[in-house]
Design a protein around this ligand. Structure first.
Ligand SMILES: Cc1ncc(COP(=O)(O)O)c(C=O)c1O
Length: 369
C-alpha cells in the first residue's frame, strides 16, 4: 500500500450513524454532524441518510454543508465578522451568538427564514482540570453567556439556546450539565423552540449509556416542550478510520527511534495538543513486548514524537504501521508544515480501497500564495 494514507471505512461510519439514528428514533431529537470533527464530504450523501444536517463554525464549513450535505445547516462561532455573518445568513437555518453584543449588532439585519439562538455557559465543569483546553466552562472561558449576563436583556428574536460543555464524555456528565442548565436557565426554556445540547457526547463508544441519554432528552422535551438538538463530531467517525505509515529509518539515541513517513505535528496534531497516545495495530506499551521504539515524525520539530511503543518483532525500514482511530479531528487538522507529503485520503467500501485525493506540490504551493 502506498503510504502515508488516511483510510476511512464506510461501513464503520454507517454503523456509527445507525447508533445516532437510533437516538433520533427513540427521542425525536435532531442530530447534526459537527463538521469541525469530520468533514470528508464524499461521505455526506450516505451520512445524510441518517442525520439531519451539519453544524458549522465558519462560512466555509456552512457552505460545504449547504453544497454537499443538502439538509439543515446551523452555525456557531465565538464571534462573527460583518462579512461572515452576511454569508452565514445566506447559508444557515439557525445561527447562534456567543454574546448579547453580537446578537444586538446583527439582529436587525433581514434574515429570511434563519432563526437565531444564544450560546449559554452553564458554568458546570465536568471535565478534569488538566483538560481545561477542552472545557468551555473552565475559569475565564470566552464560550457562552453566563446566567448573570442575561439580566435586563431582551430575548426578542431569540428562538433557541445552545450549550456545549462536554468532550468525549458519557451521558452521566450530560445529566450533571442539564441539572445546571435547568437551575440557571430553567425559566427561559419554555420560551424556546429548541435547545441544542452541543457535542462531546461519545455516543458511539461501546460503554456509552444510550438509555440514560434517551431518557434525559425525552424528560427535557416533555418538561419544556422544545426540540432537542445534538451536534456530535467525534461520535460520527469514532473508530472508523486509520492512518497508515511506513518506517523510513531506525536510529539509536539511548534507545531505538523509528522515523516514519508521517509527522505527529502535521498529521495527528491532537496527539501533541490534547495530548493523547494513539493505538497502533500490534503495538503495546514500552517493554511490554520484546522490541521497544520511540516512534517519531519526519519534520524538523524536536518534539515530533508520537510516543514509545513495543512490538513482537524488530521494526525495519519499509514496515508499515497502522495508527487507529484517526478519522475524526486528525484529517480536518492536518497541515503542510515543512512541505511534508500530505497523506492520501481513501475510503474503503465493500472491501475496495478508493483513493479519493492525492496531494501534490501545487497544493502546498497554493496554500502560501
Ligand atoms: C460548539 C460545538 N459543537 C459541537 C462540537 C463537536 O464536539 P465533538 O466532536 O466532541 O462531538 C464542538 C467541538 O468542539 C463544539 O465546539
Amino acid at each position: 500500500m502506498k503510504t502515508p494514507v488516511f483510510i476511512v471505512e464506510e461501513e464503520l461510519i454507517r454503523r456509527n450513524c445507525e447508533i445516532l439514528a437510533s437516538v433520533k428514533e427513540r427521542t425525536g431529537c435532531k442530530v447534526l454532524l459537527a463538521l469541525k470533527g469530520f468533514a470528508l464530504w464524499p461521505m455526506f450523501p450516505m451520512i445524510g441518510n441518517y442525520l439531519d444536517g451539519v453544524c458549522a463554525s465558519s462560512p466555509w464549513e456552512a457552505r460545504l454543508g449547504r453544497e454537499m450535505f443538502g439538509k439543515e445547516v446551523h452555525a456557531y462561532a465565538a464571534a462573527y465578522t460583518d462579512a461572515d455573518y452576511a454569508e452565514l445568513l445566506t447559508l444557515c437555518d439557525e445561527i447562534d451568538f456567543n454574546s448579547f453584543n453580537q446578537f444586538k449588532k446583527f439582529q436587525a439585519l433581514e434574515r429570511g427564514n434563519t432563526k437565531l439562538g444564544l450560546r449559554i455557559n452553564p458554568n458546570c465543569s465536568t471535565q478534569p482540570a488538566e483538560h481545561a483546553i477542552y472545557d468551555p466552562c473552565a475559569p475565564k472561558s470566552r464560550l457562552g453567556i453566563r446566567k448573570k449576563d442575561f439580566e435586563l436583556q431582551s430575548l426578542e428574536g431569540i428562538s433557541g439556546l445552545h450549550f456545549h460543555t462536554l468532550c468525549e464524555q458519557n451521558s452521566d456528565d450530560l445529566a450533571t450539565t442539564l441539572q445546571a442548565v435547568e437551575e440557571q436557565f430553567g425559566e427561559l426554556l419554555p420560551q424556546m423552540e429548541w435547545v441544542n445540547f452541543g457535542g462531546g457526547h461519545h455516543i458511539t463508544r461501546d460503554d456509552y449509556d444510550l438509555d440514560l441519554l434517551c431518557k434525559l432528552i425525552n424528560d427535557f422535551k416533555a418538561k419544556y416542550n422544545v426540540q432537542v438538538i445534538l451536534e456530535p463530531g467525534e461520535a460520527v467517525a469514532l473508530h472508523a478510520g486509520v492512518l497508515v505509515s511506513t518506517v523510513l529509518d531506525v536510529i539509536d539515541n539511548d534507545g531505538a527511534i523509528a522515523i516514519l513517513d508521517v509527522s505527529c505535528t502535521c498529521h495527528m496534531p491532537d496527539v501533541l495538543e490534547m495530548p493523547y497516545r494513539p493505538e497502533i495495530d500490534g503495538g503495546a506499551l514500552p517493554n511490554e513486548k520484546n522490541h521497544t521504539y520511540r516512534l517519531a515524525g519526519l519534520s524538523c520539530l524536536a518534539g515530533d514524537v508520537i510516543g514509545d511503543y513495543s512490538f513482537d518483532e524488530p521494526l525495519k525500514a519499509g514496515d508499515q504501521l497502522v495508527f487507529r482511530d484517526m478519522a475524526h479531528y486528525s484529517m480536518v487538522k492536518t497541515t503542510f508544515f515543512n512541505g511534508i507529503q500530505h497523506p492520501d485520503l481513501a475510503i474503503r467500501r465493500n472491501g475496495e480501497l478508493d483513493v479519493i485525493r492525492r496531494f501534490d506540490y501545487q497544493d502546498y504551493k497554493n496554500r502560501l500564495a
